[in-house]
Design a protein around this ligand. Structure first.
Ligand code: SF4
Length: 491
């Protein structure tokens, strides 16, 4: 997939047709991702495929952080998977295009390179990929599931017992596994299962014989029969066994990838991409194109950005900065950068920005003179818009970047309030935004777990009364809020 020698990209940007070896794609839509791909691909494909998979994993992470049930996670993921990593229709049929398989295969291996570097990243990647594996397995037709198991029998250290063994152990199997099977059947049919129905099911239920050490957690909870060093697992729990195999394989392979990384690090084309992807996967979700939705920015100007009609769409970080700037007639450097770029992202032009900042600094109890503003701060605002110095067109900061920067000191208001405010101050701010006592507890729980963007997304959901995808950018918060308002007005 990538060369392990140092080589420049010049002249090799288009790899079309330049294949080192034919790619061995998995024969199923589900895969243990055993053999790394060897075909070359363009850097653009490398990055965009990885980002698409990241978006899926972020959504899984978010669902789990919110404590959603597996079936709700599955339902939330379907549209995203169909859009970003489609592997046939849903529920799955057998038509999977080679291009889709290729993208799935490559994106998985690319993200291994990103997530193999620390234990925390490995854990996160394995957890989310395993959920994805489960979702895909459930989407397959029973025939395809069976075929998958058959094709991988050499890797799975378990087998189905025959009817003779099952009959000999019938009573013990029922005593050990009845509760587990009943729970699984009830969840599937969404109704309670009678004893007769359960008995009838056991007559057709298959059991898998697994070495004891592979199912320690099941044995510990007495959910399966244990005999002569083997556990007997009902096939209703087959997916748990498969997931466990997938998880163990992936964890082992990630460690191997980590050990191979020093050789890869000679490659100066991929490292910046991998670092970029690894630094903050939440930020991949949104990239404000310097001016948000063009249909929504026409009313953004020096006056309107100080009115509730616009500020009600701000996330807490922007609200906190602007409120304190108004009160102090001043904002220190870090806060000016954060707010100025946010305002640029929502569509405030440089001329309107100069008016807005000038007015804010030269009015109120701590006002400075217009001359001082022009001398000390005008350059800074123009610089933000790429009109001074190196003329870089700076992008609004995403949450990860904000969270990476130093926390605010005395008389500073930058950063993320979910991280930087005291619990009392945060609770009071959230109360003003309309977050009630019960919801407040959940938000503070996220904060305690340091899931700041999850807390912010939850607040968005509560205050807008919607289910939202993960928010990892203040400008995304603003845009979504305005779009929702517009949709309501037009309805
Ligand atoms: Fe702002 Fe992001 Fe913190 Fe929300 S999570 S307040 S958008 S920095």
């Amino acid at each position: 997939m990538f060369r392990q020698v140092k080589r420049r990209t010049a002249g090799r940007r288009n790899f079309e047709g330049a294949q080192d070896a034919p790619l061995l794609l998995p024969s199923h839509r589900l895969s243990f991702y055993e053999v790394p791909p060897t075909e070359e691909l363009t850097l653009e494909q490398f990055e965009s495929w990885a980002i698409d998979r990241l978006k899926v994993l972020i959504e899984i992470e978010l669902c789990m952080a919110r404590g959603r049930l597996f079936r709700d996670t599955e339902a939330a993921l379907r549209p995203l998977l169909q859009k970003l990593l489609p592997l046939g229709t849903w529920p799955a049929n057998n038509k999977v295009s080679a291009d889709d398989l290729r993208k799935d295969f490559y994106s998985h291996f690319i993200l291994r390179l990103v997530f193999c570097r620390t234990e925390d990243l490995r854990r996160k990647f394995v957890r989310n990929e395993t959920v994805l594996f489960r979702i895909r397995y459930n989407a397959m037709q029973p025939k395809e599931q069976h075929q998958f198991i058959t094709d991988h029998h050499d890797k799975l250290p378990w087998h189905y017992i025959d009817s003779e063994e099952k009959n000999a152990l019938a009573d013990q199997l029922y005593a050990a596994a009845a509760a587990t099977v009943r729970a699984a059947l009830s969840a599937e049919s969404e109704s309670s299962i009678t004893n007769d129905q359960l008995r009838a099911h056991f007559r057709t239920e298959n059991f898998i014989k697994v070495p004891f050490e592979k199912i320690v957690s099941l044995v510990a909870t007495r959910l399966v029969l244990l005999k002569d060093g083997y556990g007997y697992v009902p096939s209703t729990l087959q997916l748990s066994l498969l997931s466990l195999e997938f998880l163990e394989h992936l964890l082992r392979d990630l460690l191997r990838t980590f050990q191979a990384i020093p050789r890869l690090e000679e490659d100066d084309r991929l490292l910046p991409l991998l670092n970029h992807l690894g630094q903050n996967f939440a930020s991949m979700e949104y990239d404000p194109a310097f001016g948000a939705d063009p249909s929504l920015v026409s009313d953004i100007n020096a006056v309107s950005v100080a009115t509730p009609a616009i500020t009600k769409h701000y996330p807490l970080c922007a609200k906190h900065l602007q409120t304190n700037m108004m009160a102090q007639s001043h904002l220190r450097h870090e806060g000016r950068q954060q707010l100025s770029l946010f305002l640029k992202g929502i569509g405030l032009s440089v001329d309107e920005a100069l008016k807005f900042w000038s007015h804010s600094f030269t009015s109120g109890p701590h006002a400075m003179t217009p001359e001082r503003f022009n001398k000390e701060f005008k350059y800074n605002i123009r610089h933000t818009y790429g009109l001074e110095g190196a003329r870089t067109n700076y992008k609004p900061w995403d949450c990860a970047r904000i969270l990476l920067r130093p926390a605010p000191g005395k008389n500073e208001y930058h950063g993320c309030p979910y991280r930087d405010m005291s619990v009392d101050a945060l609770s009071s701010q959230l109360g003003e935004m309309g977050v009630g006592a019960v919801d407040l507890k959940s938000v503070l729980g996220d904060v305690e777990r340091k899931d700041y963007t999850v807390a912010c997304t939850r607040v968005f959901e509560i205050t807008h009364n919607v289910q939202a995808e993960h928010i990892g950018h203040p400008n995304l918060y603003f845009d979504r809020s305005r779009q929702l308002e517009r949709a309501k007005t037009e309805a």
